[in-house]
Design a protein around this ligand. Structure first.
Ligand code: AMP
Length: 188
């Protein structure tokens, strides 16, 4: 069983690469962004709490995010392995994830960080605007998301680096080539 965190700024290609990795390895995919979007779309109590925060481009508080993540893990006791996409985004989230994994006799084995420049991220999200219609892809909200990434989320990398689990993969170029580079890490 391998548990993987796919890491990177908004628009780094985490969703695209997740799909391919799930097909190949049978991971249970946990995307906190997708889960929050499901809750807001279905107007659940959690959805009502996070809707405005999400739409502003800010991060949802750790307490809420970690509780939702834990619930999702508990729903999948038979998982062959988890792929975390968009989580953790803060050091307390990374610590909580390690604790949850340890409690289940498991661990996060690999963190794959997709390296993409801010310029590339902006170009990709500008393209996505015409198809996906995400409120938080609008210019001003995107600026906030990028700020959140560089002020909070980036600090997760040294946390994993210290634990010797971090791999960086160049995230610009051919999708299949990037995928091959990720698979090479997982297959080692
Ligand atoms: P994403 O689709 O991963 O870019 O997530 C969309 C939005 O959901 C983010 O801008 C945050 O508002 C919220 N979100 C998703 N994952 C997290 C997380 N791990 N911590 C805090 N907020 C999150």
């Amino acid at each position: 069983m391998i548990n993987l965190v796919l890491f990177g700024p908004p628009g780094a290609g985490k969703g695209t690469q997740s799909e391919k990795l799930i097909q190949k390895y049978g991971f249970v995919h946990i995307s906190t962004g997708d889960l929050f979007r499901w809750h807001t779309k279905n107007d659940t109590a959690l959805g009502k709490r996070v809707k405005e925060i999400m739409n502003s481009g800010a991060l949802v508080p750790d307490e809420i995010t970690i509780a939702m993540l834990k619930e999702e893990l508990d729903k999948n006791p038979q998982a062959k392995g988890f792929l975390f996409d968009g989580f953790p985004r803060t050091v307390p989230q990374a610590e909580a994830l390690d604790t949850f994994m340890k409690d289940n006799g498991s661990a996060i084995h690999h963190i794959v960080a997709l390296e993409v420049t801010e310029e590339e991220v902006r170009t990709r999200i500008a393209k996505r605007r015409s198809t996906d219609n995400r409120v938080d892809d609008e210019e001003e909200k995107l600026n906030k998301r990028i700020t959140e990434y560089f002020s909070k989320t980036i600090h997760v990398l040294p946390y994993y680096k210290n634990h010797g689990r971090l791999h960086t993969v160049h995230g610009i170029g051919d999708i299949d080539e990037i995928n091959k580079n990720i698979c090479a890490i997982l297959d080692r």
